[in-house]
Design a protein around this ligand. Structure first.
Ligand code: NAI
Ligand code: MG
Length: 351
């Protein structure tokens, strides 16, 4: 019997639908070559929908998504028509939160033929960012607003459960890759939360004697990512630290057009979500020139997650072959190709 995977598609806004549509042909071909089927359901949840109905997604949206094994998302947001706070809080954040997608995984690798700002070509790091708590917990308040006595407080919340599970996920990934893990800390200055983070790192490390652990302060690892990236492999960081490091990683790997991401619920009890790091790019939307590489790579991560690793590897290989050849480049990479040209070339290279 054919293996089947239910996938929810949320193309979203701007270039979101352009990069998702371009990816479908590639996904369908990968599935047929590797002997499985993707049952894809498309959801038109977006700013357009908000303007028409007053909601980014229907009230039971989360329930509609729940039966799927994975979600592939384009991009959400159209700031000229709907405030970002509305679009973000009405769609993206509820999905991440409801499905407890606590591990934000971002591979940073310079694809062959891609040019980043560093001299080194050895850039292959997997950043794992805690996605649910820490510095972005939203606990805080302001008093005496607008007066000279104004006070703003924002508290980071680190729970043993939250810290332990993200580190454990990191160790599992390190095991699958080089066996090296870097834990990002700042325990010299943050003497409660980050000392705690370090302690949990040590506890979890005891369960992974085969993984070598290094500890770096956030400032030091940011510099290391630029000066000596070959010394890093799997990097695990809190919400804020990971946010900053992954933007640095995306820049080094050649920009937003190339940066994929996955929001993972590792126990698979609920769907995980795969999406390019970039947004809806209103400045180029509707012209068919968005770079589809970030989305195609995200789709490869999705295939891995669905257990279709051979198809995921073959998709990444096809992607690398197209970037290596360098003949087809979208304008963000200095070329003149169209979104669909690049995607079609990737589909043609699949084996
Ligand atoms: P953006 O990522 O949409 O665009 C930044 C710049 O990068 C633009 O010049 C754009 O043309 C370029 N760019 C981005 N992706 C590209 C691609 N695939 N190919 C070629 N060029 C690309 O960020 P911006 O402009 O700050 O945000 C626009 C909207 O997207 C906002 O509403 C924002 O909230 C939303 N957004 C949504 C995200 C998501 O859905 N996960 C992530 C980031 C932003
Ligand atoms: Mg960011």
């Amino acid at each position: 019997m054919t293996r089947r995977h239910a996938v929810a598609l949320i193309p979203g806004d701007g270039i979101g639908p352009e990069v998702i549509d371009a990816s479908l042909e590639v996904l369908e071909k990968a599935a047929s070559l590797h002997g499985f089927a993707l049952d894809m359901t498309r959801f038109d949840w977006s700013c357009d929908r908000y303007l028409a109905t007053g909601r980014m997604m229907p009230e039971d949206g989360i329930d509609q998504l729940r039966p799927h094994a994975a979600i592939l998302l384009g991009a959400v947001g159209w700031p000229a028509r709907v405030p970002d706070s509305v679009s973000l809080h009405g769609l993206l954040l509820p999905i991440r939160k409801s499905f407890d997608q606590f591990a934000n995984m971002r591979p940073h690798r310079l694809l062959p033929g891609a040019t980043g700002p560093l001299k080194s070509e050895a850039f292959d790091i997997l950043c794992i960012r805690e996605n649910t708590e820490g510095e972005y917990s939203g606990a805080g308040g302001r008093i005496h607003v607008g007066t000279p006595a104004e006070v703003a407080v924002e508290t980071s919340i680190f729970t043993r459960r939250g810290v332990e599970r993200i580190l454990r996920f990191g160790f599992e990934q390190a095991r699958r890759r080089s066996g090296r893990l870097a834990s990002v800390t700042k325990s010299n200055a943050q003497k409660y939360s980050m000392v705690f983070w370090d302690e949990v790192t040590e506890e979890v490390a005891a369960d992974y004697p085969d993984v070598t652990v290094s500890r770096y302060h956030i400032d030091a690892i940011a510099a290391r990512m630029v000066m000596a990236p070959e010394t890093l492999d799997v990097v695990v960081a809190s919400n804020l630290f990971g946010d900053i490091l992954t933007d640095l990683g995306a820049a080094i790997q050649g920009g937003l057009g190339f940066a994929p991401s996955a929001n993972i619920n590792p126990d698979r009890s609920q769907p995980s979500m795969f999406e390019p790091v970039h947004g809806s790019a209103p400045d180029i939307a509707g012209r068919g020139i968005a770079n589809p590489v970030a989305t195609l790579w995200s789709a490869a991560l999705m295939l891995d997650h669905l257990g279709e690793e051979a198809a995921g590897r073959s998709l990444l290989a096809a992607l690398s072959a197209v970037t290596a050849e360098g003949r087809l480049r979208t304008p963000d990479q200095g070329g003149q190709s169209r979104t669909t040209d690049v995607a079609r070339a990737v589909a043609d290279r699949l084996s």
